[in-house]
Design a protein around this ligand. Structure first.
Ligand code: NAD
Ligand code: MN
Length: 488
């Protein structure tokens, strides 16, 4: 054989590395608790490192709030509330607007820190998390002087001090979802970030200082589950807003029963992504990929149950598998990376346990071949076929890059299977027929239904669940209601 031909045909066209630089990041070695407008040492002096899940290297030490710190936070928030609530809506709006602008100004830094601390691809933190966080502050800045119109012209008042607990999958974005509507409505907030991803919330605390937000209006209280547990039980907290697992949501609801404190819960999901035979299949495949591999599948509304109409099952699966083979898994700081690191060792072991259960129960597993870095937590994008509706991988939230395929024959069967879940957070419908999309959407028990798209977020649209996915809505005018009490 002609050697030059051999060389030519063996050329592998690949992307060059495109790492984002972290040189411009100036993190402190230690972050305290942001209470009363300043960073403070925790009462018991406890600091814990937060690590980069892609390298397992520590990034900074972060205070771990205890019960005394929770008490100090509530006291400062209570003191701050009357003045904040008495401000004209237009004045509160100015602060929210400033925060939004400062997030934009510091967006490059925030994106890099989000990726370092949590493992998500930089492309996502840069293009989704940070811009959407700013957009939520802008959106609710607009509502602050128009609350009346957001609640059917009723007379309303804020609830007071709200305790907010967020997870690690969208750290800054979830903080924005929680803080922006609460502040717009005249509440003051104590936010507890997740233990593996506290850094962007602490940078947001710096932004609150820069925006000259009055002390006590926003408190950032890093810590673990026990910090969260004392926050929700603290006397003087008028409302709790929680996003995270159903188990913790249940615990919080039990703790608050009978106390008179308000509560909203945004919990897990096992959302159905439904592909009908008349869908544009290539487009659907992109939507399936975005639905389950976006953010390593660490998405409460991930399209983790893929329902395909039997007539197009083989075609969709072969296209999907081919597309999955082109996913780039690895260094989250590389701008070409599609799937980054799993957020923590604990989460990786949860994913591994459920995937092992899928294999044991008889489903067929295919994971893409990819070279995974030596350090850090990784899981190759995985497809399960031959799944029965009773399998654990069809029922339980995996919260990882794993999709379970089920099939259906008729529209009625699609609806029945999609609703056959104790969750009801989101769903996707892929069809060329508008009437079918509306009919199916109307029959689905899901807070959000996407048509011919998936994982599309917008601050003007309400988000929230049915059944064990929780209650209450975030986003848009509906997101104001859980932070207000109707007076008349
Ligand atoms: P989690 O519910 O334990 O943690 C979420 C937040 O709640 C964190 O800030 C945590 O510190 C806090 N918390 C933990 N225990 C608490 C308690 N008793 N009282 C008050 N706050 C408490 O979630 P996890 O353990 O990190 O993840 C477990 C599973 O939860 C995941 O595999 C996934 O299925 C699901 N999850 C869902 C979401 C979502 O967006 N709906 C987010 C994260 C995790
Ligand atoms: Mn971390």
């Amino acid at each position: 054989m002609n050697p030059s031909v051999e060389t030519r045909t063996s050329i592998v066209w690949d992307y060059s590395p495109a790492p984002e630089s972290a040189d411009h990041i100036r993190l402190k070695d230690r972050y305290g608790l942001f209470i009363d407008g300043d960073f403070k040492d925790p009462a018991d002096g406890r600091y814990v490192p937060t690590i980069n899940p892609a390298t397992e290297e520590p990034i900074a030490e972060v205070a771990d709030g205890g019960p005394d710190d929770v008490a100090a936070a509530v006291e400062s928030a209570r003191d701050a509330h009357p003045k904040w609530a008495a401000l004209k809506g237009l004045e509160r709006a100015k602060y929210l607007f400033r925060i939004a602008r400062l997030i934009q100004e510091r967006s490059r830094e925030l994106a890099v820190v989000e990726t370092l601390d949590g493992g998500k691809p930089l492309r996502e933190s840069r293009d989704v998390d940070i811009p959407l966080a700013a957009a939520h502050f802008f959106h609710y800045a607009g509502w602050a002087d128009k609350l009346h119109y957001g609640v059917n012209a009723r007379e309303v008042r804020p609830l007071g001090v709200v305790g907010q607990i967020v997870p690690w999958n969208f750290p800054l974005l979830m903080a924005a979802w929680k803080l922006a509507p609460a502040l717009a409505c005249g509440n003051v907030a104590i936010l507890k970030p997740a233990e593996t991803t506290p850094l962007t919330a602490l940078l947001l605390a710096e932004i609150c200082q820069e925006a000259e937000l009055p002390p006590g209006v926003v408190t950032i209280l890093p810590g673990d589950g026990s910090t969260g547990a004392s926050l929700v039980r603290a006397p003087g907290v008028d409302k709790v807003a929680f996003t995270g697992s159903t188990a913790v949501g249940r615990d919080i609801q039990a703790a608050l029963a009978g106390t008179g404190a308000h509560l909203t819960l945004e919990l897990g999901g096992k959302s159905a992504n439904i592909v009908f035979e008349d869908a544009a299949l290539d487009q659907a495949v992109e939507g399936i990929v975005n639905g389950i591999f976006f953010n390593q599948g660490h998405v409460c509304c991930a399209g983790s149950r893929l329902l395909i109409q039997e007539s197009v099952r083989d075609e969709v699966i072969s296209k999907l598998w081919a597309r999955m083979g082109r996913l780039r898994v690895g260094d989250p700081m590389d701008k070409n990376t599609d799937v980054g690191a799993i957020n923590s060792a604990e989460q990786l072991s949860r994913i591994e346990t459920l995937v092992a259960a899928g294999e044991e129960e008889g489903a067929t597993r295919q994971s893409i071949a990819c070279e995974l870095p030596e350090h850090g937590y990784w899981f190759a994008p995985t497809l399960f076929t031959d799944v029965s509706p009773a399998h654990r991988i069809a029922v339980e939230e995996i919260f990882g890059p794993v999709v379970s395929v089920l099939t259906f024959r008729t529209q009625a069967e699609a609806i029945e299977k999609a609703n056959n879940s104790r969750y009801g957070l989101a769903a996707g419908i892929w069809t060329d027929k508008g009437s079918k999309a509306f009919e199916v959407a109307g029959a689905l028990q899901a807070g959000v239904v996407w048509q011919n798209t998936y994982n599309h977020f917008d601050p003007t649209a309400a988000f929230g669940g049915y059944k064990e996915s929780g209650f209450g809505r975030e986003g848009g005018p509906a997101g104001l209601r859980p932070y207000l009490e109707v007076v008349r």
